[in-house]
Design a protein. Sequence first.
Length: 239
Amino acid sequence: MDNDNQKYILMIEDEENVLTLNERVLTRASGNILCFKARTLAEARAALKLSEWDYDLIILDVMLPDGSGLDFINEIRDATEAPILILSAKDTAKDVIEGTARGGDNYITKPYDPEVMAAISLAMMRREEKREQKGPAMTLACGPLTLDLMSTRAYMDGTDVRLRPKEFVLLLTLVQNEGKIVPAKKLYEAAWGLPANDDTRTVKTHVSRLRTKLSINEYTPLTITGEYGCGYRLECRRP
């Protein structure tokens, strides 16, 4: 299997038989697909928060035990820009219109043909991949790091490090202020779009993830250092 072409799909669905069938059909349609299952919004929330990669597709049910999938779309968008395929028994024209208006990229009503679902899923991921490969209209470089400002992707030595949206904004803010200390509150306000309170531990957590994803160590020309009570500074050693 070519790991460079690995696709990650998060399936949010409370019916185990539907999850099992969808996983079987999707992985049969493409050997590079890896499916993750969430039966509740709580499980989906954890899957989005704790995963080490960005998902390539979200397959979302609407009626879940602990809430509405439509209401959850905003949380999905905070974590990833992956396209969203809604699968729902709510099958009126009004339901479909609301689902797409709320942020779904496609909508399939239940019952559905699993093979059709798989074909649409693959098409959605191919379309997203082509959009990303059109070439950046605007980039910002910092040593081996390149930020594509249009697709909000970050590349280390040409390899996509698969940052989440907030991670990208944090990294962009640090790169834009290379060599300078950026207060944690400023980083929080840039990434979350909200006034920062005194608790900026979430910034520390996200910066730690950035270091890991960028594989920052003593041999890497990039460094992100934290100064207690002050903030964070990104520096790049250039040849």
